[in-house]
Structure formats: C-alpha cells, structure tokens
Ligand binder design. Structure first.
Ligand SMILES: O=C(CO)[C@@H](O)[C@H](O)[C@H](O)[C@H](O)COP(=O)(O)O
Ligand SMILES: [Zn+2]
Length: 213
C-alpha cells in the first residue's frame, strides 16, 4: 500500500489521480479554482471564527495555532500575520504557533511521545478564554486531536480546520471549518485562503478599535 504520512494514512484516490493526470498543471489549477469557489459556503463559520478570535483578543486572550508539516508552516505564517502586520497599521495581536520551539518540541516528544507535543504546550500556556486553532487536512493527526481534548478541559475555544469529513478533529472542536476536498495540497491552499480572510477581518476590527476617537 502507498502511504504518505506518519499517521500511516493511504494516499487518497484523488491524490493518486493527480499524479497520473496527463496535464498536471491544468488539473491542479482547475481543482484549486473549483475548491476556492466552494468556500463561499463557509462564509458563516469564517465570520464566527473571526468574531471569536477578535473577542478573545479584546478580553486579553491569545490565539494559538498548531498543525503538522505544511500545516505547521501555515500555523506560523498566520501567527506572524497577526503579531506583525497583514495589511494595516494597528497594534500587534497576540498569536502564537505551537510549532516553533525545537527545545520544547523535542523534549516533549522525547519524554512523553510525539502525540503530546501540542497537548503539553496547551496545558502550559493556554488559559480559559484563549482560542486554539488546529490545522489538519485529514483531521486525524493524533497530536492535534490530543491538544484539542486537553484544551476542552481548560475552557479554551477550539477551532478545527480540516479537509472533507473532518476526521477525529471534527468531534473535539466547537467550530469546524471543512474544506470540501480530499486532496492534501488543495486543502492546504484553501486553508491558507481562509486564514488570510480571518487575518483581514480580525485586523480590520483591531484597526477600527485603535483609531476610534
Ligand atoms: O504539506 C504536506 C503535503 O502537502 C505535508 O507536509 C503534510 O502537511 C504532512 O504529511 C502532515 O503530516 C499531514 O498531516 P494532516 O494534515 O493530516 O494533519
Ligand atoms: Zn504541502
């Protein structure tokens, strides 16, 4: 069996199909465009996502991001947009990616196992009223699921961003954003678009608050 992940999940039929396409460029572009158009159906959950993140920040909370592989990079990218700047000048916003500190990640993985790398950080850093965002294409990464379960006990607002179906992550988050695709790369592209829209909405609110007279 062809496997692609640490989780041992088999490559999906659509992943395999993509590698056999006679015109991979056109097929990737068409699949991307079709998926982006389908994101209109996520308008309401995206608005809720932005409202929850803004409300958490306004009450002194923080937004934490986590994920594996491409989703780790995406977590860092989105945290950076909020701490630094997206498109407007406004105060820095408190966002933290749980994927960055190699000493913390390796000590937890070495002493407790890789499945605990995010959960242990959630236990140490998250407080009631914070937001935790889990980015996963399968929804089945054990370290992300375990961290969400830990966050529930801490009264942290939990957002799951997944591909079609949502895997195990769907069950343990309060807000679920489902990108309707089974192709890992296409899901990640759509998740970054959702993330950038979120940054725009949250930043706009922070900008308005900072410039109110
Ligand atoms: O970026 C890619 C594939 O596009 C990979 O690095 C991918 O993120 C890794 O295989 C992850 O381990 C997949 O985890 P998940 O999205 O199922 O939670
Ligand atoms: Zn990728």
């Amino acid at each position: 069996m062809v496997t692609s992940r640490q989780t041992g999940a088999a490559l999906s039929t659509s992943d395999l199909k993509t590698s056999l396409q006679p015109d991979p460029i056109s097929s990737a572009l068409s699949a991307h465009i079709e998926l982006v158009q389908a994101l209109e159906q996520l308008r309401a959950p995206i608005e809720t996502f932005a409202a929850e993140v803004s409300a958490a920040i306004e009450r002194g909370g923080r937004v934490f991001w986590m994920g594996n592989g491409g989703s780790a990079a995406d977590s860092q990218h989105l945290a950076a947009e909020l701490v630094g700047r997206f498109e407007r000048e406004r105060p820095g916003l408190p966002a933290i990616a749980l994927t960055t500190d190699t000493a913390v990640l390796t000590s937890i993985a070495n002493d407790y196992g890789f499945e605990s790398v995010f959960a242990r950080q959630v236990e140490a850093l998250c407080r009631p009223g914070d937001v935790l965002v889990g980015m996963s294409t399968s929804g089945n990464s054990a370290n992300v699921v375990r961290a969400m379960e830990r966050a529930e006990r801490l009264q942290v607002y939990r957002v799951g961003m997944t591909g079609a179906g949502g895997g195990r992550l769907r069950q343990c988050c309060e807000l679920w954003l489902e990108v309707p695709s089974a192709n890992t790369a296409r899901i990640q592209e759509a998740q970054m678009l959702i993330g950038h829209i979120l940054c725009d909405l949250v930043e706009q609110r922070a900008y308005n608050a900072a410039n109110r007279h």
